[in-house]
Design a protein around this ligand. Structure first.
Ligand code: BGC
Length: 383
């Protein structure tokens, strides 16, 4: 008992010290308290290692807001208007840090060093075979055991409508080569878009594939099966039963993967199709038609009852469209809402899954002296 009390006292002291240190390094004296920073950030919680986690609220002139936390670079909420001008939160997540730390299927997180799967946690680069942490048997998913979604990001700058975060991933972290310096700039524009600009540099050859893992629900509740999706993709990358691409780029013609004509998510999701069975629904990478490196429209999603529209723009060659097939009613999120099967969908612009093991996929190798760039825009409107 005494031992426990001592532990609790020490943990509280460590948290308080960390918070004051955060304040001191960030804003000098008398400018922040235990729960707020001079730049308007609010204390969201304390990470398991005692470090404070801050919440930044970005605003635009229309009254839209984006809340971002320094743990995992997570977009914790996005409040956007519907066709009647009524604001509502369009992303899934938690009100408290604990949920994100202990039981989150990557809600709203910044994903890295490698988005989606790498087969059996192995890849070969410059003749060296690397073994990375596996966390999704038998594969690596979203970086490994402790990906970029589970680290605390440093705040480089903030303004009423933007936040710049950075993270220094060390050589060997989760098994990846090279010290990787990553920057992520979030901007909430007056066009009701949240724009994410990711850049990274490395001191050794490495592989990088960053993305954003928000679960959207444009109605703010219920399943997403009546959301209508358009995807600018003539092909997709079929997978094996462990969701690793086979290497084929398969035309979508005549398959339930053809979203070149806007179609409800639920219209074909139950079809007797081997790929839909492997994914338990949609959980695949589409090969985006517009040129890689240029910002173009990947996807447009509309929700008939609220009139909300989400456009996904990116510079990436692929888009992972995931229909929330692993949500199963065991998570109680914001506002006490229980997230049932397919209550949210993700649109993750990125390079193709398992690219380091497929020479015919666009390369994910980053060399020293080069800068990795990836821009993603989630733009909201109504109709
Ligand atoms: C993957 C899913 C995975 C989910 C984790 C998605 O990006 O494609 O297979 O289950 O992330 O929440």
């Amino acid at each position: 008992m005494k031992n426990n009390n001592t532990k609790i006292a020490l943990a509280t002291l460590a948290a308080a010290t960390a918070i004051f240190t955060g304040c001191a390094s960030h804003c000098g004296h008398h400018c922040c308290s235990l729960s707020a920073r001079h730049d308007g950030a609010k204390l969201f919680g304390t990470a398991p290692d005692g470090a404070p986690v801050w919440l930044y609220t970005l605003h635009n002139k229309n009254g839209a807001t984006a809340r971002i936390i320094t743990y995992g670079g997570i977009i914790q909420s996005l409040e956007m208007p519907d066709k009647n001008g009524k604001f509502g939160d369009v992303v899934l997540g938690y009100n408290y840090l604990d949920g994100y730390v202990t039981n989150s299927p990557y809600f709203g997180a910044l994903i890295g060093r490698y988005g989606n799967r790498i087969a059996k946690g192995h890849f070969t680069l410059d003749g060296v075979t690397y073994t990375i942490a596996t966390n999704n048997f038998p594969n690596t998913l979203h970086g490994g055991v402790k990906g970029f979604d589970k680290v605390i990001w440093h705040v480089d700058a903030s303004s009423p409508n933007s936040l710049s975060l950075s993270y220094a991933s060390h050589d060997g972290e989760e098994g990846y080569p090279g010290n990787l310096n990553v920057k992520a700039v979030y901007t909430l524009t007056d066009e009701n878009a949240i724009k994410l600009e990711y850049t990274a540099t490395s001191d050794k050859d490495t592989v990088v594939n960053l993305t954003q893992h928000s679960y959207f629900n444009l109605a703010g509740r219920g399943d997403i099966l009546s959301h209508i999706v358009y995807l600018d993709a003539d092909k997709f990358t079929p997978v094996d039963s462990t969701l690793i691409p086979t290497g084929e780029l398969r035309p979508v013609d005549g398959t339930p993967f053809d979203f070149r004509t806007a179609t409800a998510i639920g219209a074909r999701i139950g079809q007797d199709d081997e790929q839909l069975k492997f994914g338990k629904g949609y959980d695949h990478n589409w090969v985006i038609n517009h040129p890689m490196g240029e910002l173009g429209l990947d996807a447009r999603v509309t929700e008939p009852t609220t009139g909300r529209v989400l456009e996904v723009w990116s510079t990436e060659p692929g888009l992972q469209f995931y229909s929330g097939n692993f949500l199963d009613g065991t998570i109680q999120g914001k506002g006490g809402r229980v997230y049932q099967f397919r209550n949210g969908f993700c649109m993750e612009p990125q390079h193709f899954p398992d690219s380091p093991n497929h020479d015919n996929f666009p390369s994910v190798v980053l060399h020293p002296g080069q800068t990795y760039h990836n821009t993603i825009v989630y733009k909201f409107s109504d109709q």
